[in-house]
Write a protein that binds this ligand. Structure first.
Ligand code: ZN
Length: 180
């Protein structure tokens, strides 16, 4: 008959369980992108004992050092706690990978453009994806395919080099360069 003494404790733990999920970065306030917990397990460079059930989100803000944060805002991991350089967090470092499965960085994309005037990275990556050779969820800190980022980098570097992007970015199946 003395079980009622537990009531206040239950009330306390219940309050903790309903922390609101804002999905906004605890540091910069930017809305995060949901990332599977397997990505954190693969790329975190710290003990996984502190991992909670999540969900976790990825913060893409360059100036913010937080890479992952729990949706309830109670936990976060910074770029110093990740095994690899994070593309979104190092916009000024051309050596940081943008494609983590086939090892392309803005520097390698620039080198190919300078040497050949063309970029074959997108084609190569698409081929690798089709052959089942990619593992974006395990290797790319954003937990998803890098192609959008690679296209953006190729376009930016082409602009910097003064090359017309439409004629130098190889497109599968397009064989007619004329018609401007
Ligand atoms: Zn942030």
């Amino acid at each position: 008959m003395s079980q009622n003494c537990c009531a206040p404790i239950l009330a306390g733990s219940k309050r903790k369980a309903v922390a609101p999920q804002t999905n906004r970065c605890v540091t910069c306030g930017q809305k995060g992108k949901k990332v599977d917990i397997i990505t954190l397990k693969a790329v975190l460079d710290v003990s996984l004992l502190a991992l909670c059930e999540g969900p976790y989100l990825f913060c893409p803000t360059a100036a913010c050092s937080v890479v992952y944060f729990a949706a309830d805002g109670l936990q976060s991991y910074t770029k110093e706690q990740i095994r690899v350089g994070v593309y979104q967090k190092e916009p000024g470092d051309e050596s940081v990978l943008v494609c983590y499965c086939f090892y392309h960085s803005p520097a390698t994309i620039r080198a190919e453009l300078l040497a050949t005037g063309r970029s074959t990275m997108v084609e190569e990556i698409e081929g690798g994806v089709k052959s089942g050779q990619c593992a974006c969820e395990l290797r790319n800190p954003q937990g998803s395919c890098c192609l959008g980022n690679v296209r953006a980098v190729a376009k930016r570097v082409m602009n910097e080099l003064g090359a017309p992007a439409t004629s130098t970015l190889i497109k599968r199946g397009s064989t007619s360069p004329g018609g401007q």
